[in-house]
Ligand binder design. Structure first.
Ligand SMILES: Nc1ncnc2c1ncn2[C@@H]1O[C@H](COP(=O)(O)OP(=O)(O)O)[C@@H](O)[C@H]1O
Ligand SMILES: [Mg+2]
Length: 144
C-alpha cells in the first residue's frame, strides 16, 4: 500500500506521524529514505512526540542507536546509519536484537544496511518540494 502526503510546513508532519501510528501493526521497522536535510530526523521527532516520548529526540551521533521510552513505557529505537562503513558495525551493536524486539525501530540511512532490513518493513521516502518548507512524503508498506 502506498500513501502520499504533500506537506507545506514542519507542523504538517503530524499528519504523516498519525498515519504511521495508525499502521503501527504492519511492522516494527520503519525505514526513512531521503537526502541530507530532507527531514528524516524532524519527522522522527514529530512521530516520537506524538507517541508520547518525552525524552529529547535527536540523531544518535556516537552510538548509532538511541532508545526512547513512551509515556506508556514502550521502548522506541532510533538508528542513524549515516556513518557506518561496513555491515559488521551493525552486527556489532546487535542490530537484530532491536529489529526483532517487537519495539518500534526508526531508521535513518537504511540504504547503508539494506541487506539487514527485515522482510517486512514500512518505507518512508521524503523528497524536497518547491519551497523550503514543502515536502513530498510517500509511505509504502508492501503487504504481500
Ligand atoms: N515540512 C518539513 N518537513 C521536515 N523538515 C522541514 C520541513 N520544512 C522545513 N524543514 C527543515 O528541514 C530540516 C530537515 O533536517 P533534518 O530533519 O535534520 O533532515 P535529515 O535528518 O533528513 O538530514 C530541518 O531544519 C527542518 O526544520
Ligand atoms: Mg537526520
Amino acid at each position: 500500500m502506498k500513501q502520499a502526503f504533500h506537506i507545506t510546513s514542519v507542523e504538517g508532519l503530524s499528519e504523516v506521524s498519525d498515519y504511521l501510528i495508525s499502521i503501527r501493526d504492519r511492522g516494527d521497522v520503519v525505514a526513512f529514505y531521503g537526502p541530507m536535510g530532507a527531514g528524516k530526523t524532524t519527522l522522527i521527532k514529530n512521530l516520537c512526540h506524538r507517541m508520547g516520548v518525552t525524552d529529547e529526540v535527536n540523531s544518535p551521533t556516537f552510538a548509532i542507536v538511541n532508545e526512547y521510552v513512551t509515556d506508556e513505557g514502550e521502548s522506541v529505537y532510533h538508528f542513524d546509519f549515516y556513518r557506518i562503513k561496513k555491515l559488521e558495525e551493525a552486527y556489532d551493536i546487535g542490530y537484530e536484537n532491536y529489529f526483532y524486539s517487537g519495539n518500534l525501530c526508526l531508521i535513518e540511512w537504511p540504504e547503508l544496511i539494506e541487506p539487514l532490513l527485515p522482510e517486512r518493513y514500512v518505507r518512508v521516502d521524503i523528497a524536497l518540494g518547491e519551497t523550503d518548507d514543502e515536502r513530498i512524503i510517500i509511505v509504502t508498506d508492501d503487504e504481500a
